[in-house]
Design a protein around this ligand. Structure first.
Ligand code: HEM
Length: 419
């Protein structure tokens, strides 16, 4: 008799691989995001997603991504100068600043609009992005808010409606302005945003209407902003807890850039191997997206002969897989960036590392995110020492909370000392 599985939370890489490759439909739990992003590709049904992914993916090629480096650098430098007022001033929550950095960089790369939320906090659009996600998280975690007929009487129903209107109006306006700019040939020499590329492609093949453009652009803004900011936040906290690892990152930066004050260049990033491993280890222990939910649409045969029955839900635990001692060893919970050294990173381990998911619906922003995070961290760490209570052992103790993304419960508190 064939065994059927009713899996709730999966941390077994071979099962994840099979399911994430062949079951592409998102679970209904994401329906509360549809209200915000419509058919934006992250949560769209497969029938819509296929076309959207085909349109967006080519824009994340190396040639286009490399033009974004100057945007990441400029905004990272602004972040450093805004943070200078916290130097030697004790612990503070750095979340608001890395969130604003990530938002500014994302808005410039995706729609070509300079916001400067870093220097002008309380930006209406950023507030709407944050607030709408809080509302969705509140709804997901409070089952009694799931039915529409109840939710429409809850105060967050009105709040989320306002946020959605703010975001949609802003993006519609940006699309309109961009079209006019392109028509009038008012384009300057500034970096072309994803929206520029999409509109230009569209003029040739008319493959996306304005609603599709808006949904996709808004989706990218939401997918990019918090994910990268959260990861920078956890990396900073880990570096504060483990000063010897931070010293090694700083030495590497000095080795690549020397004592000079010359600005970071894109070519430097590929030489920052230790920083790369630190980010990987941070993403392993604290993945920004700790769980992925899929809908099992057809009976799925697993390698051990058991079957995942059609109609069941599937929750892939990236968090659990990344801490599974069967693959990562008894020190799976410990912070050790050197586990990603080529000679230690076994083939079997690389299958257990999926912060950007796996298969046809994996993250298209992987290289974008790595470039943004490395630029921010390298720029910050050159100027500041990140300080915090050193951890007593190799197992970091960071309390986390989960809304739409996983974040540090203390708002990523750290202190800064000038180098
Ligand atoms: C550290 C940063 C990031 C992490 C950890 C991350 C993680 C993920 C994960 C786990 C998924 C897959 C969800 C699933 O399988 O259900 C995903 C999808 C996606 N991500 Fe990211 N992401 C990051 C940054 C970005 C950035 C910067 C962008 C865009 C600029 C982006 C755009 C997307 C898109 C469009 C999808 C949907 C892909 C599809 O369904 O075809 N992400 N991301």
């Amino acid at each position: 008799m064939v065994r059927t599985l009713d899996l709730n939370l999966v941390t077994e890489p071979s099962v994840l691989e099979t399911v994430l490759k062949s079951n592409l439909e998102k679970d209904d739990i994401y329906r509360f995001m549809w209200q915000v992003v419509g058919n934006g590709s992250v949560f769209a049904p497969v029938s819509v997603w296929k076309h959207r992914r085909k349109m967006i993916l080519p824009l994340f090629n190396q040639k286009i991504l490399s033009t974004f480096f100057s945007i990441f650098l400029q905004n990272s430098e602004t972040l450093c100068s805004v943070l200078s007022k916290f130097t030697d001033a004790g612990e503070f929550s750095i979340w608001r600043f890395i969130n604003a950095y990530s938002f500014d960089a994302t808005m410039e790369t995706t729609i070509g609009v300079k916001i400067d939320a870093l220097q002008n906090p309380d930006n209406t659009f950023l507030n709407a992005v944050n607030e709408s996600q809080n509302c969705v998280a509140e709804r997901i975690f409070h089952v009694w808010l799931h039915p529409n007929f109840i939710y429409k009487f809850h105060p967050s129903h009105e709040r989320i409606k306002k946020c959605i209107k703010t975001m949609n109006d802003f993006v519609d306006n940006a699309i309109q302005n961009k079209r006019e700019q392109i028509l009038d040939k008012r384009e300057g020499h500034e970096v072309k945003s994803i929206l520029d590329h999409l509109i230009s492609m569209n003029e040739i093949d008319h493959s996306m209407d304005d609603l599709e453009l808006r949904e996709e652009v808004l989706m990218l803004i939401i997918a990019a902003t918090d994910t990268a900011a959260v990861s920078v936040g956890f990396t900073l906290k880990l570096l504060a807890k483990y000063p010897h690892v931070q010293d090694k990152v700083y030495e590497e930066l000095q080795g690549v850039l020397g004592d000079t004050k010359r600005p970071l260049q894109r070519e430097d990033l590929s030489k920052l191997d230790h920083l790369h491993r630190v980010i990987q280890e941070s993403l392993r222990l604290y993945p920004s997206v700790p769980f992925i939910a899929r809908k099992i649409e057809k009976d799925t045969l697993l390698h051990d002969g058991s079957i995942l029955p059609a109609g069941s839900g599937f929750l892939a635990s990236i968090w659990g897989t990344h801490r599974n001692p069967k693959y990562w060893g008894q020190d799976a919970e410990c912070f050790d960036p050197d586990r990603f050294l080529p000679h230690r990173n076994q083939q079997s381990q690389s299958r257990c590392f999926l912060p950007f998911s796996f298969g046809p619906r994996n993250c298209i922003g992987y290289q974008y995110a790595m470039m943004s995070m490395k630029t921010t961290l390298a720029t910050l760490l050159r100027q500041y020492k990140i300080v915090g209570e050193p951890e007593s052992g190799p197992k970091p103790n960071i309390r986390v909370k989960w809304d739409i993304m996983m974040k540090a419960a203390d708002g990523f508190k750290v202190a800064l000392e000038r180098r």
